[in-house]
Design a protein around this ligand. Sequence first.
Ligand code: AMP
Length: 299
Amino acid sequence: MSVLIVGSTALDSIKTPKTENPRLLGGSASHAGVAASFFGPVKLVGVVGDDFPKRYLQLYQRHGIDLAGLQRLAGKTFHWSGEYEVNMNNRRTLLTELGVFETFTPKLPATYQTTPFVLLANIAPALQHHVLDQMRRPRFVAADTMDLWLKVALPDLLKLLKRLDAFVLNDSEAQQLTGEDNVLPALKKIHQLGPKYVVIKQGSHGSILSGPRGLFLCPAYPLRKVVDPTGAGDSFVGGMMGYLAAAKGPIDDHIRRAMVYGSVVASFCCEGFGLLRTTKTTRPQIDRRVKELEKLTKF
Ligand code: AMP
């Protein structure tokens, strides 16, 4: 089954203590879309400007991503710039230029409206609602977010939580949303806001799921060297949704393994700037890391 993914389609300028890389292909929907494409068909919803390089469109196409829902408007593509500290965990946003996102109203092609799996990747909650409004009875809907929306669009986000099966956020966002430092009371409070499945991402420490079958601790794949973690969270949730959409049977039978696959795709993302490493990854490489993680966590 296919996954519909809406989110940002961006040009990212990324600075690390060692290097600077301008105008790479980025955005939550790009990272999540490429990650999900390792498992099955992906339908992308987003917008780019007339400065968006053709080679980036070709990259989506090489991953078999359906671009019927990608609007091309006159103006500038969303541009985000961030800088990492030496520890490669702390990140500062240097610039966010909305460009064509300022006037973007997603209009889903008819072929998109019956997609069974929907990922509302990080983007303004009003746009996430707008996409969901056009869907016809999806089987499973998940959303991601970021600190900005908790600050400037909380009422919209709270309304969205009631429409989701799964909500995925990182630990600092969970703390910001619930006021809880401890992940367990935070998970409980987020369930009370609506979603049946809550996933809290903990960066290089993995992630934790709370769902109908209780808790699951998902490991992160241990990396010797992190080149650029931009998009790791998006790759995680994209990989997880791609795997779930490809699996047959109840969500509960597959969601743990789906998270492990997401975690492994995120590990590849961290090994290169932007999408440079992820796009060179193959399904057998992903499967090998999943097997390694299985060995590392068995007791
Ligand atoms: P992550 O590292 O998982 O937090 O995701 C980083 C990605 O989020 C980058 O590729 C950015 O282009 C994208 N991004 C940054 N700010 C925003 C925003 N305000 N809305 C949507 N996407 C954003």
